[in-house]
Write a protein that binds this ligand. Structure first.
Ligand code: PGA
Length: 258
C-alpha cells in the first residue's frame, strides 16, 4: 500500500451467497464491530437482490455497496440483465467487472470492455478483475496474459475516466482454493499491472491507481499481502462472508505505510 498516492480499498465479493435477510443480519453485526478509523475505503459487493437491504443498512456509514456484474446496454430486451443506471438508482457505488467466474461462463474481453465503459459512463466505480490460470502461470505467460486482459478491458477508456477504476489481480488458481499467492508473487504481478497502466496512461495515473489482490485473502494472510508496496487492498470472497474475518482484514489494511 501507499496511502500518499492512492486509496486503500477493501472490497467484499459475496458471489452467490446470502439472502436479503442474511444481508440485514450481516450488516447489523458488521456495523457494530467496524473499525472507527478512516484509513481505507470499504466496498461490499452483493447479489443483486441484496442491494436494497445492503444500501439501507449502510446508509449512514462510509461503506459503499456494489454489484457483482452489470450489462453494458442502457436498456432493452435483455431478460434477466441489470443496467448500470439501475444499479446507481438502487444506491450502488461499485461494480465488479470481469470476474474470472463470469469469464468462465463465457464473458469475453470485448464484453468486459463494454461493461467498464458503461459503468464509468454511469459514474459507478468498476472493480476490474484480471488473472491467470495455473496453466498460464506454469508455462510462464502470466505477465503477457495480464497485459492483454488490461489492454482489452481498457480499450478506448479516456485518461480522465481511468482515474476512477480499481483493478483487482486475482490469480484463478488462488480463488476459493485456500491457496493464496505469496506476498512476493502477488506483488510481482500488481507491480506489473502498474507498469502496464504507466505505459498506457503515464506515471501520474499509474501511481494513483488502486490495485487490489484477490484469491483466498483472509484474516491471517491479509497483513503481509497488504504490506506490499503495490498491493492497495483486497477483493475478498469467502472471508468476507463472516463479519469478524472481514473486520480483521480491514484492520490489516489500516496498518501504517510508507
Ligand atoms: P476468495 O474469492 O477470497 O473466496 O478466494 C475471491 C474472489 O473471487 O473475488
Amino acid at each position: 500500500m501507499n496511502r500518499k498516492y492512492r486509496k486503500t480499498v477493501i472490497a467484499a465479493n459475496w458471489k452467490m451467497n446470502k439472502t436479503p435477510s442474511d444481508t440485514k443480519a450481516f450488516m447489523t453485526e458488521f456495523k457494530a464491530m467496524m473499525p472507527k478509523g478512516r484509513w481505507c475505503d470499504v466496498a461490499i459487493c452483493v447479489p443483486a437482490v441484496c442491494i436494497p437491504a445492503a444500501v439501507r443498512a449502510m446508509r449512514e456509514t462510509r461503506v459503499g455497496i456494489g454489484a457483482e456484474n452489470c450489462n453494458a446496454n442502457a436498456s432493452g430486451a435483455y431478460t434477466g440483465e441489470i443496467a448500470t443506471n439501475m444499479l446507481v438508482d438502487a444506491g450502488c457505488k461499485y461494480v465488479i467487472i470481469g470476474h474470472s467466474e463470469r469469464r468462465a461462463m463465457g464473458e469475453t474481453d470485448a464484453e468486459v470492455n463494454a461493461k467498464v465503459q458503461a459503468a464509468l459512463a454511469a459514474e459507478l466505480i468498476p472493480i476490474l478483475c484480471v488473472g491467470e490460470s495455473l496453466e498460464q502461470r506454469e508455462i510462464g505467460i502470466t505477465e503477457e496474459w495480464i497485459t492483454m486482459q488490461i489492454k482489452a478491458a481498457l480499450n478506448g477508456v479516456a485518461e480522465e475516466k481511468i482515474r476512477k477504476i480499481i483493478i483487482a489481480y486475482e490469480p484463478i488458481w488462488a480463488i476459493g482454493t485456500g491457496k493464496t499467492a505469496t506476498p512476493e508473487q502477488a506483488e510481482e504481478v500488481c507491480e506489473h499491472i502498474r507498469t502496464v497502466i504507466r505505459k498506457l496512461y503515464g506515471a501520474k495515473i499509474a501511481r494513483a491507481t488502486s490495485i487490489l489482490y484477490g484469491g483466498s485473502m483472509n484474516e491471517k494472510n491479509a497483513f503481509e499481502l497488504l504490506a506490499q508496496p503495490d498491493i492497495d487492498g483486497g477483493l475478498i470472497g469467502g472471508a468476507s462472508l463472516v463479519p469478524e474475518k472481514f473486520v480483521k482484514i480491514i484492520e490489516a489494511a489500516n496498518q501504517p505505510t510508507v
